[in-house]
Design a protein. Structure first.
Length: 296
């Protein structure tokens, strides 16, 4: 009888510890680069003591399981993966979803299942703390309404480079002045291939922008930061070979490698425990995510 009482008290203590633990629900835009960025951010929160629920669409969840194995998303006791439907017609899991249809469904169909998931997490009988904050991709605006409904802080994260986020702030005044949308067909940019930007390796890049923030990234990479060269979408094999050789062996490539190492050092300094990125993240956690008040 004494042992049972002792075990019960221990279980109660464990439930108290779990209940006091902050619980972040992280939901990325359902595209690979957005998921990758949100997953990195979620790991940082988990390292700082958060219980994390990472929300994928059912379509992407099944793709991950198919690629990495049936147990690849089992997670940890305090880092779990959950899903919500995307309300799109069934399709080949190896195909890329239509972006316009996906965005339309996000605006119309995602709020209800996401709110239902939050309710389930809050009412869970297992050792899961109640949801205390939402980390949302900036292109998932319905999450703001969910945060208001459940009265928890929300942070909208943009996975793109800061230069692209800042460029978006120029859209409203440009629209007010009648500059955009552009009317002349000659102003339209050509489409390119995709590229991934990553500072840490400290190497130059070949840039082939396609959509969204990629043109801005390319401009800054090539013209402002001096660590890349652009390839046009209609480039022939000889031109690609010439550009690659210049990047790897030419004078321009040597200058870019030196510049890339400088940016690598700046990135490493920023992510040190006392660096600007680490300090900003700590401030975000303490002043917003752990705040008792309602912040949006």
């Amino acid at each position: 009888m004494h042992m049972r009482t002792h075990e019960t008290e221990k279980e109660m203590d464990m439930r108290t510890v779990v209940a006091d633990k902050p619980h972040a629900v992280c939901i990325p835009f359902p595209a690979q680069s957005h998921i990758k960025a949100m997953l990195k951010f979620s790991k940082l929160l988990h390292h700082r003591g958060f219980h994390v629920t990472f929300v994928n669409t059912e379509f992407n969840h099944q793709r991950f399981l198919k690629t990495n194995g049936p147990s690849s998303l089992d997670g940890l006791p305090d880092f779990r993966f959950k899903t919500i439907p995307d309300s799109l017609p069934p399709m080949d899991p190896d195909a890329t979803q239509d972006l316009h249809s996906l965005c339309d469904s996000i605006m119309k169909n995602f709020l209800a299942p996401f709110s239902h998931l939050l309710s389930k997490l809050n009412n869970a009988t297992s050792n899961i703390p109640p949801v205390t904050c939402i980390i949302s991709d900036g292109f998932m605006p319905f999450t703001v309404m969910a945060a208001q409904e459940f009265k928890v802080p929300i942070v909208m994260c943009f996975s793109m480079a800061a230069c692209s986020v800042m460029s978006f702030t120029c859209f409203p005044p440009l629209k007010d002045k009648g500059v955009i949308p552009l009317k002349d067909e000659s102003y339209l940019t050509n489409g390119y291939l995709d590229t991934v930007i990553d500072w840490i390796p400290g190497v130059p890049m070949l840039c082939c922008p396609f959509i969204a923030d990629q043109q801005t990234n390319c401009k800054y990479t090539c013209n402002e930061w001096g660590i890349g060269m652009e390839i046009n979408n209609d480039a022939k094999r000889e031109e690609v070979e010439k550009t690659v050789r210049e990047l790897m062996e030419g004078d321009k490539g040597k200058k870019m490698k030196k510049k890339a190492l400088e940016w690598k050092k700046l990135a490493e300094d920023a992510t040190d425990p006392l660096g600007s990125s680490s300090i900003n993240l700590n401030n975000l956690v303490s002043e917003v995510l752990l705040s008792k008040g309602q912040m949006f």
